[in-house]
Design a protein around this ligand. Structure first.
Ligand code: COA
Ligand code: AMP
Length: 631
């Protein structure tokens, strides 16, 4: 079938389309129907089914005789470790961990926070939660204790599973002190913590609260899979919004299973037994969908890679992994390829490896610039597929469906809408824009299975953040256009979200941190274009009258403060003191204009500007930091 035929079959009968896709999942009780719209605009999928995530990701493959197949490959250049875990081993390990969690009181519906680096135990922890029907919330290791505390207070976990440390190429990340500090800061306290002690660092355990991963599992009864309702949350994943309070995106169990299973073949052309590697982190949505879950649900092999595209030890690491494990498809962020290209522009390291099994490179997480795509195509000689999605959707909104019909690639476009998504470009009044014209990108409700039904404990925020601007639509927060062939082009965010090295960050959250500095009267943070990371945050500070401290000291303070409060992942290293910020007459800071000046783009002085002379001051301040960059 062609892409058009598949898309139209969904559009003409979504119910039949998703019930057919649901046949890929093993149910205790199959769903009586796909869509449950009684609580619209909150939609649910397969709500009356009974199912278990871990059973579908692990046990059913063992029962079908595939226990010896490799489920997880762990490759860690930062610790010089490699090993493989079969489906049968995974079942034993996860059942034992789930049994130990249950023995300590974790039950269906309890939340468990997971704070771990890229080790297979992170996936085992996620699966153990799924086995019990507990709801996990994984927190990325690059966030500071304060961010962890915010998530602890929102999710109110009964237990926290953490590792003693993570390894960055330039340092060991001491997870345990960060965890202790976060628990200290949070109002909610977990009943207990489980610490996976790594060879690189043995953490101090707090008597009566902390248990060692290994000791805690000793002598417990392994747990069986607990059936849960189709609309039972599988996980909460926090993502950046416009403020310092992150949004707790929920994923329902059945929708996630059906959607991810469907995407494995349709989008990624992966069959059971194939090796599909997503070089991301379990702390992000890509890591949830395509390191932890998609491959395992589909009976394929996933790779847990603890390293970086460059420097661990060199820019040939990705090629080594692809050749060593016969990777069929790789999924990563364009930043990773920009980093590799910068170190090895002529692809010398590539020549050392046999990439004959490699078929497709998938990119997402940020805009894939045509230069990077062309370079990757030339070096690898395989299709390079950009696709577009968000934490909220959990899987691709737009892609080139390699397992249905590979469509011509258009540089700069993540291709076309996937079945389930009716994507429209709207003007401010909600009218559809003609082809080629920019507007807000919205998706007609309901969103498909596997996307967010709502936010954790924040239904009003869900409605106001996503559904109010365009009634009947989900507002993606992205702006762009569609061409005559229905190809989408994702050009910018319409909110305060920026994308740094494929990591989604909130400039609003950074502004809250800057504003907390005693000498800062007012501030603004913008995202400026960066050749490696796509965007970098840059702060403007207006100081309190009479402040006598040196500007350099205050800049150093705020850089440190953002690292302490949000974390190193914010990559906030640029700030400058200015007298005033450019504003409209009604007091709105003209951030978009500042971005254009920083990027050296042509801009019109907004008609509503209060004092145009301030733009010259901003230009000078940016100049002092080397912006716009000379190419
Ligand atoms: N735990 C703790 N700290 C982390 C971390 C983690 N899991 N991940 C990143 N950090 C730290 C880094 O060490 C760095 O700290 P520093 O300021 O002391 O150098 C900081 O956070 C910023 O990290 P990053 O923006 O990733 O920059 P980098 O210079 O370390 O690496 C790349 C640059 C391009 C190699 C890296 O960003 C990369 O591999 N990107 C690929 C994109 C990707 O995986 N995106 C995920 C979504 S698909
Ligand atoms: P996250 O929730 O971290 O996955 O970030 C989602 C956001 O990243 C999207 O809303 C886009 O702004 C951006 N993004 C993701 N994939 C792409 C892509 N292929 N092209 C352009 N932007 C993208």
């Amino acid at each position: 079938m062609t892409y058009a035929a598949v898309y139209n079959s969904w559009k003409s009968d979504p119910e039949a389309f998703w019930m057919k896709a649901a046949e890929g999942i093993s149910w205790y009780k199959p769903p009586s129907k796909a869509l449950f719209d009684e609580k619209a605009p909150v939609y649910e999928w397969f709500a009356d089914a009974q199912v278990n995530t871990c059973y579908n990701a692990v046990d059913r493959h063992v029962e079908a005789g595939h226990g010896a197949r490799t489920a997880i490959i762990y490759d860690s250049p930062v610790t010089n470790t490699k090993h493989k875990i079969s489906y049968a081993e995974l079942q034993t390990r996860v059942a034992s961990l789930a049994g130990a969690l249950r023995a300590k009181g974790v039950e269906k519906g309890d939340r468990v926070l997971i704070y771990m680096p890229m080790v297979p135990e992170a996936i085992e922890a996620m699966l153990a939660c799924g086995r019990l029907g507990a709801i996990h919330s994984v927190v990325f290791g690059g966030f500071a204790a304060n961010e962890l505390a915010v998530r602890i207070d929102d999710a109110k976990p009964k237990a926290i599973i953490a590792a003693s440390c993570g390894i960055e190429p330039n340092r060991v990340i001491h997870y345990k002190p960060l965890l202790d500090e976060a628990i200290e800061l949070a109002a909610h306290k977990p009943d207990f913590c489980v610490i996976f002690q790594r060879e690189q660092e043995v953490a101090q355990l707090i008597e009566g609260r902390d248990y060692s991963w290994h000791g805690f599992q000793y002598g417990v009864e392994p747990a069986e899979c607990v059936p849960v309702a189709g609309n039972h949350p599988s996980y909460i994943l926090y993502t950046s919004g416009t403020t310092g309070q992150p949004k707790g995106v929920i994923r329902h169990t059945a929708g996630q299973l059906v959607a991810l299973d469907w995407t494995m073949k349709a989008i990624y052309d992966i069959d059971a037994g194939d090796v599909f590697w997503a070089a991301s982190d379990v702390g992000w949505v890509v890591g949830h969908s395509y390191i932890a879950y998609g491959q395992l649900i589909h009976g394929a092999t996933t790779i847990v890679f603890e390293g970086k595209p460059v420097g661990t030890p060199d820019a040939g690491t990705f090629w080594r992994i692809i050749s060593e494990y016969g990777v069929k498809a790789l999924f990563t962020a364009p930043t990773a390829f920009r980093a590799i290209k910068r170190e090895d522009p002529n692809g010398e390291l590539l020549k050392k490896y046999d990439l004959s099994k490699f078929e497709t490179l998938f990119l997402a997480g940020e805009r894939a610039d045509p230069d990077t795509i062309t370079w990757a195509q030339d070096q690898l000689g395989v299709p390079v597929i950009d696709h577009w999605w968000q934490t909220e959707t959990g899987w691709a909104i737009a892609a080139n469906p390699m397992g249905i019909e590979p469509l011509p690639v258009k540089l700069g476009s993540p291709s076309v809408a996937m079945p389930g998504y009716d994507v429209q470009i709207l003007d401010e009044s909600g009218n559809e824009m003609p082809a080629g014209e920019m507007g807000a990108i919205a998706i007609k409700l309901p969103l498909p299975p596997g996307t967010l039904p709502t936010l954790w404990n924040a239904e009003e925020r869900f409605v106001s953040a996503y559904l109010e601007t365009f009634p009947g639509y989900y507002e993606t927060g992205d702006a762009g256009y569609k061409d005559e062939d229905g190809y989408l082009y994702i050009m910018a965010r319409t909110d305060d979200v920026i994308n740094v090295a494929g990591h989604r960050l909130s400039t609003g959250a950074m502004e809250e941190v800057l504003a907390s500095h005693p000498d800062v009267a007012e501030c603004a943070v913008i995202g400026v274009a960066d050749k490696l990371k796509g965007q970098l945050p840059l702060g403007f500070l207006c100081l309190n009258a009479g402040c006598e401290r040196g500007h350099e000291d205050i800049v150093k303070d705020v850089v440190k403060l953002v690292r302490e409060k949000i974390g190193p992942v914010a990559a906030f290293k640029l700030a400058v003191v200015v007298d005033r910020l450019p504003k409209t007459r009604s007091g709105k800071i003209l951030r978009a204009t500042m971005v254009k000046i920083a990027n050296g783009q042509v801009f019109k002085v907004p008609a509503t500007i209060d004092d145009p002379a301030i733009l010259d001051e901003i230009t000078d301040a940016l100049g002092s930091l080397g912006y716009p960059e000379q190419s």
